[in-house]
Write a protein that binds this ligand. Structure first.
Ligand SMILES: *[C@@H]1O[C@H](CO)[C@@H](O)[C@H](O)[C@H]1NC(C)=O
Ligand SMILES: *[C@@H]1O[C@H](CO)[C@@H](O)[C@H](O)[C@H]1NC(C)=O
Ligand SMILES: *[C@@H]1O[C@H](CO)[C@@H](O)[C@H](O)[C@H]1NC(C)=O
Ligand SMILES: *[C@@H]1O[C@H](CO)[C@@H](O)[C@H](O)[C@H]1NC(C)=O
Ligand SMILES: *[C@@H]1O[C@H](CO)[C@@H](O)[C@H](O)[C@H]1NC(C)=O
Ligand SMILES: *[C@@H]1O[C@H](CO)[C@@H](O)[C@H](O)[C@H]1NC(C)=O
Ligand SMILES: *[C@@H]1O[C@H](CO)[C@@H](O)[C@H](O)[C@H]1NC(C)=O
Ligand SMILES: *[C@@H]1O[C@H](CO)[C@@H](O)[C@H](O)[C@H]1NC(C)=O
Ligand SMILES: *[C@@H]1O[C@H](CO)[C@@H](O)[C@H](O)[C@H]1NC(C)=O
Length: 757
């Protein structure tokens, strides 16, 4: 008996399961008992009130759209909708946006400890439907403040800005401020890229309020909707922004209902979200995904199928304010629109108030129109015949013509003219077909690097008549207004010829974006050499100084050109290492060419010169600064910014002050014999970091000093490994580099021109 019963039970369960599956496949139909309001905020489906943000509240919310309704204050108070601990103040289906109250990060002087207390906030929407709207700006308030926004966007993303109040005394500081202008004095703002879903805040400890805490004790940083924000001088002085905004600032957040485009979403009827009749699908402008909207003339919830709540016809005739009809009484509603007639025998458009009869056509006009119509029909017929007969050849030529168009747009003719005049330039303009064949149609398998500027593919192309391994970089879009400068800059770039700079071999202008072809550099980047695991292998001090000297020499060369090239993003990940650990500076291709990202500051947190963030105008002293940071990193083996400790720069400055510099060095590479050289190198690095920038040495001097220091270290060029020491690397690298040495053993496919930041 029991066995029978359980069999029946399991049968029932199977049946239930089938039935449930059947229900699951149908479009969602949230129950009418779902809570649709919280704290005065409407919560329309796909949003819904749930017990915890992770669940779907029994179908009340689409997955990922659950909000909780809870008390806002610590000790009770009004119930408000929340996404985790972020309060939601508005949900808009039509705009595909919610508004939230974002926490303000603060960095305050603590009089008791005489130190700085950071309260850093981050927001992680990765894997959720939310992404920051691009109307938000990273807003920093303070009188001695450098704050970074760090995120993930096509690799690591960093931006930031400096807010300063010039002046010595309290009075000076106050009078330097002016209301309504957020332009670096007490307040600065920087834009964010589209599609950003994660951000965190970092304050640079070198900028702090220990000296000015009587006027301005705290610095503030927050990602907030810039519309409606106007700076008041009281924000920068104590008690500051926090007290005005109550610790929270308005944030606009876009959301999407799927990760795919509308075209792709429509194909899958079981997941397509625009289920209402008379609804339409809109691709999101802020990253992948789509939202739904009611068609024109309809209103309601496009995400609901039932006619009661879905998109319904608007009866425009009942709202003469929104839908004016200048001849009252003639308004006629129909599905999806309305008509507003003029009085009898009078032509015009009552909606525009043009019912004046002037638009009736006379006989002459009618005849004219008729004749014109006949001619038009004839023309259309002829054209149609033409089109049909030429359709195939048109199709064939379309691609060629498009390539030619791109070629023109990117200034291909100017380039070929220059190439003709200057032979021996060692630069090839590749054809579209050659690039496509060489990279196997930009096969994903061939990607060796991806970054903010573009994607790098490994490929094989003809270089000087030989098939050669190359790195092919597909730049991100180039701004229309800069297209004409593109070729000029390309010509400058292809003249760059230095043993420590990755060589630009050619380009292709027949794609919608510029394609740059670089020499292929084997081995690692300096970043990997310093930090890759396992760290059983170490580059010696001599090797590091030599790499530094070569990199400095390369930058000095770029700065010395008739048209100086500023790198703008000097960091270990952009120093490639070729055979024999020769440094090759990379990653100034698309950047030099495309400055459209100027609003979004370029550079990497920790390396970027605060003065650049203040002015947004790149100078060669910015490269000197970044190089100074890189040099400190080489000597200490520590990253410039760390959550656990102070910034590397502050640590070095402090230890130089109290004579403990030797403790900071990477003891695996600096011994007592080489200590003197290491100290001199550290002093050189700090000279690269002084403010203001015009007191920093030129890159040429830095290179010369480093070369001298490198020569003083009597060490062979080796990698020191605990288990084995690879000597004579230089001689053996050239031919058998793939099989010698520890680096080759753990050789990875990802060696590239540009690594994601
Ligand atoms: C959705 O439609 C409404 C009314 O037609 C319009 O105001 C709104 O801008 C549309 N939303 C989007 C995101 O285009
Ligand atoms: C953000 O959240 C996603 C998903 O929960 C997680 O994988 C990722 O590591 C988080 N990112 C950071 C920087 O915490
Ligand atoms: C700016 O506005 C605030 C409040 O509106 C006011 O207290 C302050 O004095 C103003 N500052 C200046 C420099 O006008
Ligand atoms: C504040 O900045 C100064 C120099 O800018 C630095 O010497 C000092 O250590 C910093 N103080 C703190 C608490 O970080
Ligand atoms: C701040 O004010 C206190 C008390 O008025 C004073 O003792 C201190 O020196 C001031 N600090 C600075 C940095 O001006
Ligand atoms: C900012 O305001 C919040 C909420 O009022 C408060 O908890 C926090 O301590 C304040 N922080 C500062 C630095 O004033
Ligand atoms: C359609 O959507 C469902 C539910 O999201 C998913 O499980 C399924 O894999 C999708 N089918 C296709 C062909 O993408
Ligand atoms: C009336 O206004 C509509 C919408 O503003 C416009 O499309 C139409 O051309 C106007 N008609 C006339 C006659 O101006
Ligand atoms: C229509 O005609 C009248 C008189 O014939 C004239 O005053 C008026 O300006 C005309 N309106 C338009 C829009 O042309």
């Amino acid at each position: 008996m029991p066995s029978h019963r359980s069999a029946a039970a399991s049968l029932l369960a199977v049946w239930l399961g089938v039935a449930l599956l059947g229900v699951g496949a149908a479009p969602p139909r949230p129950s009418s008992s779902c809570q649709r309001e919280c704290g005065g905020v409407d919560i329309p489906y796909p949003f819904g009130i749930v017990d915890s943000p992770g669940d779907d509240g029994g179908g009340c919310a689409m997955p990922g759209f659950g909000l909780t309704c809870k008390e806002a204050g610590v000790n009770g108070g009004r119930r408000r909708p929340f996404y985790y601990d972020v309060e939601v103040v508005d949900v808009s289906l039509q705009q595909g946006q919610v508004r939230m109250q974002n926490h303000i990060s603060t960095y305050c002087y603590n009089a008791a400890t005489r130190g700085m207390d950071p309260h850093r906030w981050h927001l992680n929407f990765t894997g959720t439907p939310y992404r920051f709207a691009d109307t938000n700006k990273f807003t920093v308030i303070g009188c001695q403040t450098l704050a970074y926004i760090l995120g993930e966007h096509a690799g690591d993303y960093t931006s930031g800005c400096v807010a300063m109040c010039r002046g010595e005394s309290d009075g000076d500081v106050r009078s330097a401020l002016s209301n309504d202008s957020c332009s670096g004095i007490g307040c600065c703002q920087t834009a964010i890229p589209r599609g950003l879903q994660y951000y965190e805040v970092e304050f640079d400890s070198g900028f702090n309020t220990t000296e000015i805490y009587n006027v301005s004790r705290c610095s503030y940083a927050v990602l907030m909707d810039a519309a409606g924000f106007s700076f008041s001088t009281t924000y920068a002085t104590s008690p500051g922004l926090n007290s005005t905004y109550g610790g929270k600032a308005p944030l606009a957040v876009d959301w999407v209902v799927g990760e795919e485009t509308c075209d792709a979403a429509r194909k899958n009827s079981s997941s397509y979200a625009c289920v209402s009749d008379h609804s339409e699908c809109l691709d999101s402008l802020n990253g992948p995904g789509y939202i739904c909207n009611c068609s024109k003339g309809y209103q309601g919830n496009p995400y609901l199928q039932d006619p009661e709540h879905g998109c319904k016809d608007i009866n425009e005739c009942t709202d003469l304010v929104k839908y004016p009809c200048n001849v009252p009484g003639t308004c006629q509603n129909f599905l999806g629109g309305f008509e507003c007639g003029c009085p009898k025998h009078i032509k015009g458009d009552a909606q525009n108030g043009t019912c004046d009869g002037n638009h009736t056509f006379g006989i002459g006009e009618k005849l004219g129109i008729g004749a014109f119509g006949v001619v038009l029909v004839g023309l259309v017929c002829i054209l149609a015949v033409e089109i049909i007969s030429h359709k195939r050849s048109i199709k064939r030529q379309a691609l060629i013509r498009q390539s030619d168009e791109y070629y023109q747009q990117h200034g291909g003719e100017i380039l070929s003219e220059i190439m003709r005049v200057e032979r021996n330039i060692g630069f090839t303009v590749y054809a579209r077909a050659a690039i496509e064949a060489g990279t196997n149609m930009f096969d994903k398998e061939n990607i060796i690097g991806e970054g903010g500027q573009g994607t790098v593919y490994k490929g094989v192309l003809d270089v000087d008549g030989k098939d050669t391994l190359v790195a092919v970089k597909r730049c991100k879009e180039v701004d229309e207004s800069r297209r004409k400068d593109f070729v000029q800059e390309l010509v400058i770039l292809c003249r760059v010829d230095h043993p420590n700079i990755v060589k630009l071999l050619g380009c292709c202008l027949q794609f919608e974006v510029p394609i740059l072809v670089y020499e292929y550099v084997k081995n690692k980047t300096l970043q990997e050499l310093l930090y890759s695991q396992p760290t059983s292998c170490r580059a010696t001090l001599g090797t590091r100084l030599r790499i530094a000297a070569q990199s400095a020499g390369a930058l000095a060369y770029l700065h010395s050109l008739a048209h100086p090239i500023l790198h703008g993003d000097v960091k270990p990940a952009n120093i490639l290492l070729s055979d024999g650990w020769v440094a090759k500076v990379s990653d100034f291709g698309c950047s030099t060419i495309d400055e459209k990202t100027q609003v979004v500051a370029r550079g990497t947190a920790g390396y970027v010169d605060p003065e650049y963030l203040l002015e947004y105008q790149l100078t060669h002293k910015n490269d000197v600064y970044s190089f100074g940071v890189l040099l400190l990193e080489l000597l200490t083996g520590k990253k410039p910014l760390s959550k656990q400790r102070k910034s590397l720069m502050v640590m070095v400055q402090e230890s130089m002050g109290d004579g403990t510099l030797h403790q900071l060095f990477d003891r695996e590479i600096v011994d007592d014999a080489s200590m003197g050289v290491a100290v001199q190198a550290a002093e050189l690095a700090t000279r690269c970091l002084v403010m203001p920038g015009n007191r920093r040495p030129a890159m040429r001097c830095v290179a010369e000093e480093l070369q001298k220091l490198a020569d003083q270290v009597q060490q062979p060029l080796v990698l020191e490994c605990h288990s084995l020491t690879v000597k004579g690397m230089e001689s053996s690298m050239s031919s058998e580099s793939d099989t010698t040495g520890v680096f080759s053993l753990e050789k990875k496919a990802a060696l590239s021109i540009e690594f994601a930041r």
